[in-house]
Design a protein around this ligand. Structure first.
Ligand code: GUE
Length: 286
């Protein structure tokens, strides 16, 4: 029997813990605050940022949304980040991707003070993760949420072979570091990788984040593998689909995340969880 991983249910569990943490902080007169910067009017980005804001408010946090037109200059965004960096009511800053052409995402990422970098995209935070440094620093929410899934479902890690398809800063690279730090043997591939199927077929844990809808078919997986689908794509009818052909793969493997209802809800829950963590760390570090 294939385990269909219930990301919604696990996200609710995390959110319950977050609510309790927020209540505890309130007792100390502290309210965690998250600021989201949204540039342009891409409908999907608008929906995600609205969902994030609603969730933050529901969990008792302070949430502000700063919106800018798609032709905004990079300097205006940098000025906004500077203001948020020194705003004591804000503990977490997120700049929604993707950004328009005239804005250099690398410059934006590096402008956020590392202690408020809730996405974990700042090179300092990613570097600390790769160095497997001890201590408190944020980690990209999607891979961090995937680790929560793997632990919740008691997926063996040490000595197992994970294949990650996709090498982005959002998912692939931090995912590789998190798994390496747990003594997983990690291969990072992309959809350009030659003989991709023969490689992914070796995976005990297969994590796919390419943005290529239904890239992974039944012949790409090994029986009993754990398959984590990070994709959010749309089919010809506009239906939300993943990077994995769920119907074809689900009967072959041991466990699989659906889209929707798999990784996505964990990303949001982890974002909220990490906002609280950043708030607590700011109390320690002043
Ligand atoms: N700075 C930044 N950080 C991000 O973390 C970030 C970003 N930019 N830009 C866009 C991507 C995408 N992303 C998702 C989060 C949750 C769902 C999610 O909850 N999805 C639901 C379905 C939602 C639907 O129906 O469309 C699910 O999978 O069940 C999806 C996508 C975060 N991203």
């Amino acid at each position: 029997m294939t385990t269909i991983i219930d990301g919604k249910k696990l996200a609710q569990k995390i959110n319950l813990q977050t609510t309790k943490e927020v209540a505890k902080l309130k007792g100390q007169g502290i309210k965690p605050g998250i600021a989201v910067i949204l540039v342009g009017d891409d409908p999907a980005s608008k929906m995600y940022t609205r969902n994030k804001q609603r969730k933050a408010e529901k969990l008792g946090m302070n949430s502000i949304l700063k919106t800018f037109p798609s032709d905004v200059s990079q300097q205006v965004i940098l000025d906004e980040i500077k203001a948020l960096n020194s705003d004591d009511t804000i503990n977490a800053i997120l700049v929604q991707a993707p950004l328009p052409q005239q804005i250099d995402a690398d410059v934006i990422t590096s402008a956020i003070v590392p202690s408020k970098d809730v996405d974990g995209f700042h090179p300092q935070n990613l570097g600390r993760l790769y160095a497997n440094q001890a201590g408190n620093y944020p980690v990209a929410c999607t891979p961090k949420g995937i680790m929560t899934i793997l632990k919740e479902y008691h997926v063996p890690l040490v000595g197992q072979h994970a294949v990650i398809v996709g090498r982005s800063i959002l998912v692939g690279k931090p995912m590789a570091a998190l798994l390496l730090n747990e003594d997983v043997t990690v291969t990072v591939a992309g959809h350009h990788t030659k003989n991709l199927a023969s490689l992914t077929k070796q995976a005990d844990i297969l994590i796919v984040a390419t943005g290529v809808g239904h890239l992974i078919k039944a012949e790409f997986v090994k029986p009993d593998a754990v398959v984590i689908d990070v994709g959010i794509d749309h089919d010809d009818n506009g239906k939300l689909i993943g990077d994995v052909d769920f119907d074809a793969v689900k009967d072959v493997v041991g466990a699989i995340t659906p889209v929707p209802g798999g990784v996505g809800p964990l990303t949001i829950a982890t974002l909220m969880q990490q906002t609280v963590e950043l708030t607590k760390w700011s109390q320690i570090n002043g």
